[in-house]
Ligand binder design. Structure first.
Ligand code: GDP
Ligand code: MG
Length: 215
């Protein structure tokens, strides 16, 4: 690690969502601190944690928000989603209800998050092979149907945890980078270094953007 934690090219806010108990907090602690807890400590959850990754020659600092258990009461506030450019939508491969719950979380994102938010569907607890209730195929199909990326992880044995975050961050970076290139004539659109970047339609800046809205 040659660069200090404060040197980065982009800062992306990522939110963790999904039913209670699917492993969101452990995915976060595994990714940012390489720690895993068998006990669920939802009440002492952190607000967010950060970690920088290198991708395509850039340093991306991820600011990853965890729910601290509010999802149990469906009381996640819109502040949680504000400015988020990516979401890891997590279910537990050993709990069918948590997979069924994914629809509800997608609706929550449509209602509260930026319409261009990049979403990755994450089937966590892949280590629980003997208890699997959702096949990899089901997860993949659902993700394809809703144009989401898809990965299976285990916060317990660390399988694919780094990959899940890095893949999401890379996808966001590519979108932002491409938009910056196609908007070179509009320098104000270019994301400033070290600033939180919201992936958005340039038309929005001109006030001509019609928000896709809820039904
Ligand atoms: P959250 O409510 O979504 O934040 O879930 P937690 O991270 O608190 O995890 C809930 C429970 O699932 C805890 O007992 C964790 O130890 C357990 N857990 C989390 N991730 C995994 C995993 O990948 N595999 C297994 N076997 N258990 C996990
Ligand atoms: Mg939690």
């Amino acid at each position: 690690m040659a660069r200090s934690d404060d040197e980065y090219d982009y800062l992306f806010k990522i939110v963790l969502i999904g039913d209670s108990g699917v492993g969101k907090s452990n995915l976060l602690s595994r990714f940012t601190r390489n720690e895993f807890n068998l006990e669920s400590k939802s009440t002492i959850g952190v607000e967010f944690a950060t970690k920088s990754v290198q991708t395509e020659g850039k340093t991306i600092k991820a600011q990853i928000w965890d729910t601290a258990g509010q999802e149990r009461y469906r009381a996640i506030t819109s502040a949680y989603y504000r400015g988020a450019v990516g979401a890891l939508l997590v279910y537990d491969i050993s709990k069918k209800e948590s997979f069924i719950g994914v629809e509800k979380w997608l609706k929550e994102l449509r209602d509260h998050a930026d319409s261009n938010i990049v979403i990755m569907l994450v089937g966590n607890k892949s280590d629980l092979k003997h208890l699997r209730a959702v096949s990899t195929e089901e997860g993949k199909e659902f993700a394809e149907k809703h144009s989401l990326s898809f990965i299976e992880t285990s916060a317990l044995d660390a399988t694919n945890v780094e990959q899940a975050f890095t893949q999401l961050l890379t996808e966001i970076y590519r979108i932002v980078h491409k938009k910056a290139l196609t908007n070179e004539k509009n320098p104000s659109f270019k994301p400033a270094l070290g600033e939180s970047v919201v992936v958005r339609d340039p038309a929005e800046d001109k006030g001509t953007h019609k928000k896709k809205c809820c039904s």
